[in-house]
Design a protein around this ligand. Sequence first.
Ligand SMILES: C[S@@+](CC[C@H](N)C(=O)[O-])C[C@H]1O[C@@H](n2cnc3c(N)ncnc32)[C@H](O)[C@@H]1O
Length: 398
Amino acid sequence: MNPIAHQPDSLPAPGPGALAQSEALVAQLRAELEAAGGWLPFDRYMERALYSPGFGYYSGGARKFGLRGDDGSDFVTAPELSPLFAPTLARPVAEALQASGTRNLLEFGAGTGKLAAGLVNALDELGVEFDSYSIVDLSGELRERQRETIEAAAPALAAKVRWLDALPEQFEGVVIGNEVLDAMPVKLFANLGGVWHERGVVWRDEAFAFEDRPVTRSGPADHALLAEIETFGENYVTETHDAARAFIRTVCTMLTRGAAFFIDYGFPQHEYYHAQRAQGTLMCHYRHRAHGDPFLYPGLQDITAHVEFTGIAEAGVEAGADLLGFTSQARFLMNAGITDALSSIDPTDTTRFLPAANAVQKLLSEAEMGELFKVIAFSRGLTETLKAFSSGDRSHTL
Ligand SMILES: C[S@@+](CC[C@H](N)C(=O)[O-])C[C@H]1O[C@@H](n2cnc3c(N)ncnc32)[C@H](O)[C@@H]1O
């Protein structure tokens, strides 16, 4: 059963080309569903809806990032929102490069390329030399857009930026990922009357719909985690994050010296599996409207879930990395000097200062991104902590 009614009438309709692309993805998904016996685990549906070559949301032609729905975009991220985000993040990145004696950077899921361009320019201004800035993205389609952004905004440094098709086995340097973990497929589970069910996808009445199947001991669920989750009430729905944990294990195994920073929305485990989130955190974004229906226009809308940071921390430590810090985005950016960066803009120059101040307010405000977004960082071979985690570190809450 799909708990959220389709609301296509209240959302702007896609154009005919986009609809045809979505219909082609639906046909592929239906064929896969049929071959699998009529039921697909939700993480597989999400993976195909986001990353099916040529048709998925990130691997197809959707505009994705932007400030407003009328430009065809669906959501805005911190590097798009504020030009001060990248130079502020550059300070802890520079500190980690210098403390580890490394000279390479690697960004996952680089979006439009704005963060990469801002980081390389800011490192240059800080006088921090580096050899390479590599980008790894599941979205090949974004590569051209990233190259254009970087060539326009950082022409002197663009030659140091490269795109990798596969991860290196070992990496010494600093890894960055902004809003990458929330874009990884999640498994859905529903506790119905005390019994855990895995929520999967079926095709019924000419549409995709949810169908719950009791979890069996031999099934692929994380039984230890499910057993620990307190289910507040009769119908508790939540997610588990196998793909994000596996990704962090891979990154922290690859990182032989340096640090890795991941910025995203989410909570530590005790806040994640909580009465306030009895319907889980799955969320879809279409033209800057958030809603809960993952079956609307497959391939044309973003599907995300909040990050469960305790599992992320455990995965990194299991892989042998040290937890360098965990704090709110507001605390991290303030420790890293975002307010100094803002005060370097002349406040009487209102056309520059006011939008910059508004954007910084969004990044820091508790009611917007400041508290919901967190920064988690891992390290190898670093003995000192970074200024960005010098106060307000919440690693003990994980
Ligand atoms: C929400 S977007 C964020 C983009 C950008 N970092 C920003 O902040 O604007 C998520 C990005 O992560 C990428 N991504 C997801 N899983 C990935 C993985 N395993 N490796 C590399 N990129 C991945 C997606 O392709 C997408 O470009």
